[in-house]
Ligand binder design. Structure first.
Ligand code: PLP
Length: 368
């Protein structure tokens, strides 16, 4: 059966060129920390990959730290900055994040609380973008860090991150950006984004799963959250995933700005029963179509779509057997029942307007 994969925000296929670049590094198995030939060769591969990513971000080679995921990078940014603040005597104990952040950020709250820090949720608008006024009101000289996602993973909306950073820096707070959804699509450098820390993950841009990076601007106080060897400039202990890192660099090298043609054609061809939640004039990722189907239960529709060959998702989370509504949609002001009517369709490489129209046809069949 024909399958239409419409969940690129969850993960992307690994591009064949990325697989080819990675394969030799399963045979060349040296540990990059070893000083002999095999180790030096692996180290060189990591260094070359770091160079590629540093050049993409337009930052220094040593400012790129490889991790195991976007989740680990977000954890390291928040908890690592908190640990450093404790160590260097800073009295700042508040960390501000929009309420629609990914759980990789939000779920650091208990860890931060155990260290004496408070993670505070800042309101967002109906499109999941940080409310700058609310952020400005919450900021003070007791704020250590502000963390804002560049693009929301569910709705695809772009947040005013540069403006948020300017507000944060005005009170001497650090700025972390979770760029997992936009890295590769968004061509801005770390200086253009005006951030101190930035998280990205390879598997959202046709690279492998299990590889992330944390950019840390030189001089930013951050301490490790894992202990062991001194890898990644003493910031992230653990033997590096050489093949994965090489794959990450290849993936970003091959990344081109996407087109919105499949998404636009999908939205254009959907029946009137489907209500897109992000109007055209709201800046958003070209991949995302977030749609509400009034009076339709999204989880039931997703099962129906799967049978018809469509892979898509809702932001609902399954916890202890029951389905929890998306925290993102609740933060945007949706009721639980409205949130349970929403589905995210995310398009990717090689999908054109005809593909978008075909996807819409199948969705229309499913809701007719
Ligand atoms: N942040 C955002 C915005 C995401 O969308 C994701 C993954 O979906 C993550 C963080 C976590 O990244 P990873 O899957 O590499 O752990």
């Amino acid at each position: 059966m024909e399958r239409l994969y419409l969940d690129h925000a969850a993960t992307t296929p690994v591009a064949p060129e990325v697989v080819s670049a990675m394969l030799p590094w399963f045979e060349d198995f040296g540990n990059p920390s070893s000083l002999y030939f095999e180790g030096r060769r692996a180290r060189q591969a990591i260094d070359q990959a770091r160079e590629v990513l540093a050049s993409r971000l337009d930052c220094l080679f040593g400012e790129v730290h490889f991790t195991s995921s976007g989740t680990e990078s977000c954890n390291l940014a928040l908890i690592g900055c908190a640990r450093a603040a404790l160590a260097n005597g800073s009295g700042r104990r508040r960390i501000l994040v929009p309420a629609s952040e990914h759980h990789a950020v939000l779920n650091t709250a208990p860890f931060l609380a155990a260290l004496g820090f408070q993670l505070e949720a800042v309101p967002v608008d109906q499109f999941a973008r940080v409310e700058l006024k609310a952020l400005a009101n919450a900021l003070g000289d007791d704020v250590l860090l502000v963390s804002v996602m560049t693009a929301n993973n569910e709705l695809g909306s772009l947040s005013p991150v540069v403006e948020a950073s300017r507000l944060a820096r005005r009170v001497g707070a650090l700025m972390h950006m979770d760029a997992v959804q936009s890295f590769g699509l968004d061509q801005r450098t770390v200086d253009e984004l005006e951030c101190d820390l930035l998280t990205a993950s390879a598997h959202k841009l046709y690279g492998p799963k299990g590889v992330g990076l944390l950019y840390v601007r030189s001089g930013t106080p951050v301490l490790p959250v894992t202990t062991g060897g001194g890898q990644e400039r003493e910031l992230r202990a653990g033997t590096e995933n050489v093949a994965g890192i090489v794959g990450f660099a290849k993936a970003i090298s091959d990344c081109v700005p996407g087109t919105a043609s499949a998404r636009n054609s999908f939205l254009k061809n959907l029946s009137g029963k489907a209500h897109p939640t992000i109007p055209r004039e709201i800046p958003s990722l070209c991949s995302h179509a977030h749609v509400r189907f009034p009076d339709v239960h999204a989880e039931t529709l997703l099962i129906k779509l799967d049978r018809l060959g469509i892979s898509a998702s809702s932001g609902a989370a399954c916890s202890s057997g029951s389905i929890e509504p998306s925290h993102v949609l609740l933060a945007c002001g949706y009721s639980s029942s409205e949130a349970a009517e929403c589905i995210r369709f995310t398009f990717g490489r090689g999908q054109d307007d005809r593909f978008g129209a075909r996807a819409a046809e199948l969705v229309n069949d499913a809701i007719s």
